[in-house]
Design a protein around this ligand. Structure first.
Ligand SMILES: *Cc1c(COP(=O)(O)O)cnc(C)c1O
Length: 456
């Protein structure tokens, strides 16, 4: 399996050719899912006693299976949070795999962890947190939020009176679903402040005032969102940070999507107060042009994260030995064996420089503002709210939820665009609306106006 042979060399050339073509193709085919039975009928048995051969397996992938996927970097993929990894980062993702480095402990991964740490230092510097703050790359925002919330609860449980209590996390309904999902994993309660617009300290105070003393005592942390996934809204981080200090709550900022915009001078002020955070989530695989998967969790005091996450085991002792000294990413998040998933970001940053990232993120914001202007001009659509970061919520006047759904499927079916509806809370009611999220700096004005033209 590990010997070099001619078939493998030819395969490698084929695969590299495919990879190079794919990453230089700025408008790849917008694939569509098929039913599993259909795919099975098209490819047949692939796992057999003798193997079907690399050429055949690769051909099935290239000619059939990849066509049943949506390229997240398509310039008219404006749904969910799309992505647009740089070519440099993708190339270096291949290098990362080829290098076979274990990323959990310095003893094995020092040179690779060094790269990750350089990129991490840059992320920390964007936040304005104190200099001893630091973090690690995770599989994504979900794992980063869980790692931070576990660190928060462990810190709270240092107080003997909290040791057997069920903790409560306070956040808003605009928070990402992963906050609730991860609270379930760690068996914490979640209290939702009912605002989808920017969460302010005063909203939290109101919610706190309605609680019993016992409930108040069980709150161990507040999760603010810096760039809601649905609408790009940033909570009042300054006010919430101050409130957390007063009440001794852990202050976590979920900036999985929006955190990239810390680099953008035009909106940096919206994040003021983020430097007060005890922990922050940022997903480089969303708006920092890294390939999947790459999230990050940053801690004000990394020692508290270490106390929560460091794993003990006789076969792991050597890693903690003096001789192995160095930074061990495994100690600061939920995962042990890990890919050095921060390396592609490091390489791309080193190659292109920070200014290029600034430009690319500003481009997403400009595209959202441009879409806002085009929507205001077109008679059939109107803005639901002003664009925020790179998100735009708008309505097609007179459309029902079914109309939005059919429109989504229709554009996808044609291989033209992937734009999906979402819901927006108006008072007590939820309205179905359309949503753009811009990440790819290559999306054009024509892409936007062509999509709007499909709504007439
Ligand atoms: C996307 C997102 C997450 C989840 O991140 P994954 O990388 O998908 O696990 C969490 N919070 C926010 C605000 C997000 O936008």
């Amino acid at each position: 399996m590990h010997n070099i042979d001619i078939e493998l060399v030819e395969m490698t050339l084929d695969v590299m050719k495919y990879a190079i073509n794919r990453i230089t193709n700025t408008a790849p085919e917008l694939g569509k899912p098929k039913k599993e039975e259909e795919l099975k009928a098209l490819v047949g048995e692939t796992i057999t006693a003798q193997g079907i051969g690399g050429e055949k397996a690769f051909q099935l992938f290239r000619d059939v299976l990849v066509k049943a996927t949506v390229p997240i970097d398509h310039p008219r993929h404006l749904a969910f949070v799309p992505a647009s990894p740089t070519r440099a980062a993708i190339m270096f993702d291949l290098v990362t795999s080829a290098s076979s480095i274990h990323g959990a402990y310095w003893m094995e991964g020092a040179g690779g962890i060094f790269c990750e740490n350089e990129a991490m230092r840059w992320l920390v510097s964007l936040t304005g947190m104190p200099s001893k703050s630091f973090g690690v790359f995770t599989s994504g925002g979900t794992a980063a939020n869980l790692s931070a919330m576990v660190a928060a609860r462990e810190f709270w449980r240092l107080k003997p009176e909290n040791q057997h209590k069920k903790g409560i996390i306070l956040t808003s309904i605009g928070a990402h679903s992963s906050v609730k999902a991860m609270a379930k994993v760690m068996d914490a309660e979640v209290l939702l402040v009912p605002t989808e617009d920017s969460l302010h300290a005063i909203d939290i105070e109101k919610t706190l005032n309605a609680l019993s003393q016992d409930e108040k005592n069980r709150i161990f942390g507040i999760v603010a969102t810096a760039g809601t996934t649905n609408a790009g809204i940033i909570d009042d981080l300054e006010g919430i940070g101050t409130l957390c200090k007063t009440h001794n709550f852990w202050f976590h900022v979920d900036a999985a999507y929006g955190g990239a915009a810390l680099v953008a001078d035009s909106v940096r002020h919206l994040f003021n107060g983020i430097e007060k955070a005890d922990s922050i989530t940022i997903d480089p695989h969303k708006w920092l042009f890294s390939p999947y998967d790459c999230g990050a969790v940053l801690y004000r005091d990394p020692e508290l994260a270490k106390a929560a996450h460091s794993q003990e085991g006789s076969y792991l002792d050597i890693f903690k030995d003096e001789g192995a000294q160095g930074f061990n990413p495994a100690d600061y998040q939920i995962q042990l064996t890990r890919r050095l998933r921060g390396m592609p970001l490091w390489f791309s940053l080193a190659m292109h420089g920070i200014d290029k990232y600034k430009w690319a993120v500003e481009q997403g914001i400009s595209l959202a503002n441009l879409a806002g202007k085009l929507i205001e001009k077109a008679p059939q659509v109107e803005l639901v709210r002003e664009p925020s970061l790179s998100c735009v919520l708008f309505r097609r006047i007179g459309w029902s939820p079914d109309d939005y759904r059919n429109w989504t499927y229709d554009n996808h079916e044609k291989g033209f665009a992937l734009v999906t509806p979402t819901k927006w809370k108006q008072g007590d009611a939820y309205e179905t609306v359309a949503r753009f999220c811009f990440i790819n700096p290559d999306t054009t004005e024509k892409d936007i106006s062509d999509i709007l033209a499909t709504m007439v």
